[in-house]
Design a protein around this ligand. Structure first.
Ligand SMILES: Cc1cc2nc3c(=O)[nH]c(=O)nc-3n(C[C@H](O)[C@H](O)[C@H](O)COP(=O)(O)OP(=O)(O)OC[C@H]3O[C@@H](n4cnc5c(N)ncnc54)[C@H](O)[C@@H]3O)c2cc1C
Ligand code: SF4
Length: 485
């Protein structure tokens, strides 16, 4: 177990960031790692609780007190083995997870929680730098062939688990590069793309075959899938929500995902579709206050925007936990990202009524109104416009970061798959209405988190293995999903 009373001796210490002025000049990651001694102290803050609530917060069921203890003792290799027992890609979650485990950490009741996510990142980075994370091809092979469609975290996790079970796995990806939203959604300054390449190289060396630029159901006939014994659909939830008000079609109103994808493609010299969208010297308004909106803030500032403004239709959350979400639940609470810190005027309870244009159809402004939410017990909250609050905001570029309504139906239509009431691919224990076709990640649960995509990929792999072989040695699910992430 950890150091007795370590949490009393040491305060939480987080990584520092490179100064804003410097980091917004490039698209590199900007965190400054803690030294080994400081990390050991952070590991020793863990109380090795009798009931580790951190487990309940983590959808992967990561063995958190166990790896915290190993870090405290300087046993980094053992820590890496423990971490990889439940998580295929801790280098993604260690950088990008909102860390529901930390929100559920028992220490969080009286003090700052254990810095679990940062410990996770350092374990995996140490594992790579020491050469401990190496390909582990299966010792025996089965005669089963499996197609995984989509190379996001769900598809990659499913592929690695199925390959470990000895099956022959081919991953199909329609983009020119692998990783799903990790590649062309999340900006390079949050996840450098070499981190994905480093892991994919291991998966390839383990025997997984990757086919890029293959859009199944479009430039690859569905009938060709007949040669596979099982199929796992991990195509994500990619249909973007729009804002159907006057002027939406005007030049200068752009979907956030087009903006973010173009940026990363340009950074790596990949061909870019359509006209180049630049925020340079522009007054930019980003509609939508989630992760995508925040990534647009960071990218716009790096482009050299004249001003960056963010609108959110919901009320400003409290700085601390809302009373409605006490510990250990996932908190309703104001989230200020590193991108927000780089410069952004944030506004809540604003609704857009119209995109204002000039005679050439170019965007010149945004007409908004202030709103409030009326709550009545037992009814859905009602959006009310406040009288006399109309306002015009000058702007040259609007980025729509309004979320996603669900997965595309190209595959479900052609394969004859059922859709659930939330427009996602319907599955029971990851199995669709066609027995040898499975689905996982955002395609099954709607737009979510990387940690959930990895968890679902692992779970779906086990379900496929049981379907094909009647039993499975692949590990079972962690105990997450209890606390509302
Ligand atoms: C801008 C943005 C920022 C985000 N930031 C975070 C964050 O900081 N932390 C976090 O935890 N989560 C974040 N998320 C959410 C997270 O990225 C997703 O939940 C996660 O990537 C889902 O993984 P997935 O594998 O299910 O799908 P995806 O990552 O969407 O991957 C699906 C893949 O399938 C491919 N595909 C689809 N159809 C076909 C087909 N017919 N043939 C071949 N290939 C196909 C797609 O091209 C894509 O590569 C963010 C999302 C966005 C949009
Ligand atoms: S809840 Fe916090 S203190 Fe307790 S075991 Fe988990 S990480 Fe350690």
């Amino acid at each position: 177990m950890g150091k007795l009373g370590g949490f009393k001796e040491y305060s939480r210490q987080d990584e520092n960031n490179i100064a804003v002025k410097e980091r917004i000049n490039n698209y590199k990651e900007f965190t400054i790692p803690l030294k080994e001694l400081a990390l050991k102290k952070q590991g020793s803050r863990c109380m090795d609780c009798g009931i580790p609530f951190c487990h309940s917060g983590c959808p992967l069921g990561n063995l958190i007190p166990d790896f915290n203890d190993m870090v405290h003792k300087g046993e980094w290799k053992k820590a890496s083995e423990i971490l990889h027992a439940t998580n295929n890609f801790p280098e993604f979650t260690g950088r990008l997870c909102p860390a529901p485990c930390e929100k559920a950490c028992v220490l969080g009741i009286i003090d700052n929680p254990v810095s679990i996510e940062n410990i996770e990142k350092n374990i995996v980075e140490r594992g790579f730098s020491e050469g401990w994370i190496v390909p582990q091809p299966p010792k025996t092979k089965t005669d089963k062939r499996i197609a995984v469609i989509g190379s996001g975290p769900a598809g990659l996790a499913a592929a690695q688990q199925l390959n470990r079970a000895g099956h022959s796995v081919t991953v199909f990806e329609r983009d020119d590069a692998l990783g799903g939203l990790l590649r062309y959604g999340i900006p390079n300054f949050k996840l450098e793309k070499e981190i994905i390449d480093r892991r994919v190289a291991i998966l390839k060396a383990e025997g997984i075959i990757f086919k890029r630029n293959v859009n199944v159901g479009v430039n690859y006939k569905i009938s060709k899938l007949n040669k596979f014994d099982a199929i796992v659909l991990c195509g994500g939830a990619t249909i973007r929500r729009s804002l159907p008000v006057k002027g939406i079609e005007s030049k200068g109103v752009v979907q956030a995902m087009d903006f973010l994808t173009q940026q990363t493609k340009q950074l790596f010299g990949s061909p870019v579709e359509g006209e180049i969208i630049s925020a340079k010297d522009k007054h930019v308004i980003i509609i939508g206050g989630g992760d995508t909106g925040s990534d647009c803030v960071g990218t716009s500032n790096r482009h050299g925007a004249r001003s960056v403004t963010n609108f959110e239709i919901m009320p400003k959350p409290p700085i601390g936990r809302s009373e409605t979400t006490p510990w250990p639940f996932w908190p309703l609470q104001l989230k200020t990202s590193s991108s927000h810190e780089e410069g952004c005027d944030r506004n809540w309870l604003i609704n857009t009524k119209e995109f204002v244009t000039n005679k050439k159809g170019e965007l010149t402004g945004l007409k908004t109104v202030e709103v409030e939410w009326k709550l009545k017990p037992g009814e859905r909250p009602q959006l009310i416009e406040k009288p006399n609050t109309k306002k015009i905001w000058d702007c040259d570029l609007v980025l729509l970061a309004l979320g996603f309504t669900g997965p595309e139906t190209t595959l479900s239509d052609q394969l004859g798959l059922e859709i659930d009431t939330r427009n996602n691919y319907k599955a029971t224990n990851y199995q669709t209405n066609i027995p040898h076709i499975f689905t996982a990640g955002d395609m099954r649960r709607g737009q979510s988190l990387i940690v959930w995509a990895i968890s679902e990929g692992r779970e779906a792999a086990r379900a496929v293995d049981v379907f094909l072989m009647s039993e499975s040695n692949l590990p079972t699910k962690g105990n997450g999903d209890l606390l509302g992430t």
